[in-house]
Design a protein around this ligand. Structure first.
Ligand SMILES: [Zn+2]
Ligand SMILES: [Zn+2]
Length: 145
């Protein structure tokens, strides 16, 4: 998975301010991690990745920070299956592909056809998701060799 290295701490602070969120150290680090990695991590994955840089960090504070960022619309939670929650800071309409072999979740560029759904009179759509499952090119290559 490629890293989006162009995202600076200043960009992240700017995003937080625009969403009316006070840019605390934990919020900056969590959002920057999500924006640069784009790997749809779990809470634990974020915690493990940031612990070396932020020794005072706890799982609970990552959980609370994610909750705050989600309410501010900066992060969207993805529930793919079971109870495992993943988080995404790329909030524009896009779909996801989960590789059943390596577990990696890829972003897919797709316009989700909410308008094509019939019988939505009186319902207001606030979130759209499209999930696909299968085998990613990395894992397909492994099987062939
Ligand atoms: Zn894979
Ligand atoms: Zn995504």
């Amino acid at each position: 998975m490629s890293e989006f290295v162009g995202i600076t701490t200043e960009n992240v602070i700017e995003d937080l301010r625009r969403a009316d969120v006070r840019p605390s150290t934990a919020r900056i680090h969590v959002l920057r991690y999500l924006l640069t990695k784009r790997n749809h991590p779990t809470i634990d994955c974020i915690y493990q990745a940031l612990k070396p840089t932020l020794p005072g960090l706890s799982r609970t504070s990552v959980y609370n920070t994610i909750g705050m960022l989600s309410r501010a619309g900066l992060v969207r939670p993805l529930s793919l299956e079971g109870s495992e929650m993943r988080y995404d800071a790329f909030t524009e309409d896009h779909g996801h592909f989960k590789c059943e072999s390596c577990g990696e979740i890829y972003d897919i560029d797709v316009t989700i056809p909410g308008d094509a759904v019939k019988d939505l009179d009186g319902f207001t759509v606030t979130r759209r998701d499209l999930f696909l499952w299968g085998t990613c090119p990395k894992c397909t290559g492994k099987k062939q060799s």
